[in-house]
Design a protein. Structure first.
Lengths: 325, 501
């Protein structure tokens, strides 16, 4: 009885095109913004500065892949900032205790993976909203990091410097790691059965359940993978720093969430692309960098970034808003 | 009888594709209990929605207490004292009885501060006046369904209405609970309130009604005033009305194949009736019965979506037990749910994603062969003639009929042997409906089987090889071949067939 009138087809296709082209809009914004900044200060488009932007964005880019993976499957993890911090301080502590770099890195990644597994188990088995569960876990992991660091700066003794500062074919290694993580995430979501099932769960959990998909297994493993990627982000982060404190990764959860949202990844699940999210990361990187180059006070940076996030979400919601009338 | 409190004249309402109510006349006096009966989709709900202001009539008039209106708004209905209790639960479970009773009309001091003690007192007064054992401070979520129904009635009565509309108030109740409610309705009538009462329980209707209006396809086909004797059978026949021959039941010899699915002593809750039946190869088995009798619940429990209290479901030829959806799908079953938007499709995903989701194993062990996916999905889209601009189109932009075809395609992609279909053509236009019906016959012709729940009698009659009629959560009758007639279905659904055989 509630047949959709056929006349809506035209409007619907237009809305859809706008929805799909959010990534394209962001790309245009990046290019125009870059041109404008370069016109004011040509230093911006020097190769050195462009690489600096990518290098500064590498940790955010990796953390953003955590968000993409989870948000596409209808999940969310607010605690990755704390997970990254915990992993970092544990690695620093191990280095301080005389462990080798390779073993330290492995343990650091393993700890982050375990944190992800714990989040996944709680979210899947309790069926509570991940936003609340992971908010709670944010404090738990933060508390653990505080205990490990005991409020001190922990030196890394230059053990990971090689990883952070070396280049391969002119490209900084952290950037290469970020690119690799992004490519793997992209492949997973498009070409791998497991990833397709995550998307299906994000699209409609009830329908996925009725299609025979094991919801708990996929949720738990997705959060575990998310922890693993957060561990990689922590490794790249320590490789770029001389020493760490217990809040070293705190910013990355919100930064990654912002980048994903700017890039068109939906809170409702089932929607979002790795490409879009990476464009979101680059936009954030360009804006940070430009404000530094142009000497804009860091007090304003937060305001500008927040405004971009809000604008991106409002824009991506325009289609849905018009559909409702 | 005294002056009519409501007089409806030539009330008319159309929806796209359906003429829901045709020139309806209706009168109600104070203290009168007027029942409206009819099949699913006869226009009963449309009528009460027009009275309560939930819908706007296309033409006709509604005269309330002498004033004539062309349209009733929810606000006007409240001012006129027309109070409606719908089938769906409209209570806030996290609040007390008293809070629910005065929801939206909170008893306040200075219009700001809620006076809990006063609202509790006033609510309790109404409750005690009706002689119901209910405490005003009880939390609604802790109450039984009957008690919740009482709360709705208390809420409706607390506004001192002139007219009370009840939409299937006893649909979910067992006999004793229904008795309690009927007694209450009787008390309310004696207070001089006019009552419009909708129910499928014809027995209770002939017992309590002052007047009965029978609706069929949006038309009043019979009226029984107080004093006239009428039997449930007579009402049922009036509800069916149309010559049975008008429903095309394609002639086909029923030659059941081997049993493919065996359901034994299936219980949803420890208290529910056990259900047993067999599904054969080459068969469409219909599950009929009035809305709210537990048909959907039975197939959901069968597929393992909801937990069950006991019994077994077995893919007989393969010897596979089915306890959850994963096992059901492994055993070659597919489930088209009643609500395709909520549980059948991921509407924000593409046609291709939706079609392949249950059968991704066909596309590779770890990596997906996307070219193969496109090819297979395209061939299904062509076969079912799904109208979509591309395989990448988001499903939400398709029409209801095409969405249903996408769900069908999903299970064809999975290559299932047994399809469980709940309301195969709900809200779907006539031509697509015919396509889906034709397709269902084709499906079973190849030795597969369909278990179909449907509220539409013509659909049940036209498609089913056998029919199980559900009444009160139990199998009331099993019909096959020539026994499958509209009359027999109705009579078994409302509970007369047994006595008359």
């Amino acid at each position: 009885m509630s047949e959709r009138p056929e006349g809506r087809g035209g409007l619907a296709t237009v809305m859809q095109r706008i929805g799909r082209s959010q990534a394209a809009v962001i790309a245009v914004v990046i290019v125009v913004l870059s041109a404008a900044i370069a016109a004011v200060n040509p230093v911006f488009i020097s190769l050195t500065n462009l690489f600096a932007i990518l290098l500064q964005s590498s940790v955010t880019a990796i953390a953003t892949m955590c968000m993409v993976l989870l948000m596409v499957s209808g999940g969310l993890d607010f605690s990755i900032g704390s997970i990254i911090s915990l992993s970092c301080v544990v690695m620093a502590k191990l280095i301080g205790a005389g462990y080798g770099a390779a073993l330290t890195a492995l343990i650091g990644i393993a700890i982050a993976t375990a944190c992800g597994l714990i989040n996944g188990l709680i979210v899947a088995k309790s069926r509570c909203p991940p936003i609340i569960i992971t908010l709670g876990m944010l404090y738990v992991y933060h508390g653990l990091a505080l205990n490990v660091a005991e409020g001190k700066f922990l030196s890394l003794g230059g053990k990971f410097e090689l990883l952070g500062s070396s280049r391969l074919w002119l490209i900084p290694v952290p950037v290469l790691i970020a690119v690799a993580v992004a490519l793997l995430t992209w492949t997973l979501l498009i070409y791998v059965k497991y990833g397709r099932r995550l998307v299906a769960i994000g699209g409609n959990e009830d329908a996925a359940f009725l299609a025979g998909i094991n919801i708990d297994f996929h949720k738990i493993t997705a959060y575990t993978l998310n922890g693993l990627i957060a561990g990689l982000a922590a490794l790249v982060l320590v490789s770029r720093l001389g020493s760490v404190i217990s809040t070293v990764g705190a910013d990355y959860a919100l930064r990654a969430l912002s980048a994903a949202v700017i890039g068109g990844v939906s809170f409702q699940g089932g929607k979002g692309t790795v490409g879009g999210a990476i464009l979101g990361v680059i936009l954030l990187g360009v804006v940070y960098n430009a404000m530094n180059i142009l000497g804009i006070s860091s007090y304003y940076q937060s305001i500008v970034l927040g405004a971009i996030v809000v604008a991106a979400v409002v824009f991506s919601n325009l289609g849905a808003l018009r559909m409702r009338r | 009888m005294s002056e009519a409190i409501i007089s409806v004249r030539a009330l008319d309402k159309r929806f796209p594709g359906v003429h829901a109510l045709k020139a309806m006349d209706f009168d109600l006096s104070p203290g009168e209990l007027h029942c409206i009966v009819g099949e699913n989709g006869a226009g009963k709900s449309t009528f009460i929605k027009l009275l309560s202001g939930a819908l706007k009539p296309d033409s006709g008039s509604i005269t309330v207490k002498g004033a004539r209106y062309l349209e009733i708004t929810p606000h006007l209905a409240r001012e006129l004292g027309i109070s409606t209790i719908y089938q769906e639960n409209i209570l806030a479970p996290n609040m007390t009885v008293a809070e629910n009773v005065f929801l939206g009309r909170e008893r306040t001091r200075g219009g700001v501060f809620v006076e809990y003690a006063r609202s509790r007192g006033e609510a309790q007064a109404v409750i005690d006046g009706l002689g119901i054992p209910l405490r005003a401070e009880a939390m609604v979520e802790r109450l039984s369904p009957t008690e919740q129904q009482f709360v709705k009635i208390v809420r409706a009565l607390s506004s001192q209405p002139a007219v009370l509309i009840l939409d299937e108030p006893t649909a979910m109740f067992d006999l004793t609970e229904a008795e309690r409610l009927l007694k209450l309705v009787n008390d309310i009538r004696s207070q001089g309130i006019g009552i419009v009462y909708i129910s499928h329980h014809l027995e209770e209707i002939v017992r309590i009604a002052d007047a009965i209006t029978v609706l069929r396809d949006g038309v009043v086909v019979a009226r029984h005033e107080s004093g006239q004797r009428v039997t449930p059978t007579q009402l049922a026949l009036e509800m069916v009305g149309r010559p049975v021959a008008s429903v095309s039941r394609t002639e086909r010899p029923f030659k059941p194949g081997e049993v493919i699915l065996r359901v034994r002593e299936l219980r949803r809750t420890p208290g529910s009736q056990p259900i047993s039946f067999d599904l054969h190869r080459g068969e469409i088995l219909g599950i009929a019965g009035m809305v709210g009798t537990g048909r959907t619940e039975i197939v959901r429990a069968m597929f393992g979506v909801d937990p069950r209290a006991g019994g077994s479901v077995r893919r007989e030829d393969k010897g596979l037990e089915i306890r959850n959806p994963t096992e059901a799908i492994t055993a070659g079953l597919g489930f088209l749910t009643e609500d395709r938007q909520r549980t059948g499709l991921a509407v924000s995903l593409s046609v291709a994603h939706n079609v392949s989701v249950a059968g991704l194993d066909r596309l590779g062990r770890v990596f997906l062969n996307l070219a193969r996916e496109r090819r297979l999905v395209q061939s299904l889209v062509d076969r079912l003639s799904v109208k979509t601009p591309s395989l990448g189109q988001e499903v939400r932009f398709l029409s209801g009929g095409n969405q249903q075809k996408v769900v069908l395609a999903k299970w064809l992609f999975k290559d299932v042997d047994i399809l469980v279909i709940d309301e195969p053509t709900h809200g779907i236009d006539v031509s697509t409906k015919a396509e889906i019906h034709r397709w269902m016959r084709e499906f079973v012709a190849g030795g597969k089987a369909i278990l179909m729940v449907s509220s539409e009698m013509p659909e049940v009659i036209a498609l089913s090889d056998r029919v199980i009629v559900i009444r009160g959560g139990a199998v009331a009758a099993t019909l096959s071949g020539d026994e499958i007639s509209e009359e027999r279905l109705i009579l078994s659904s409302v509970g007369r067939a047994g006595q008359e055989e």
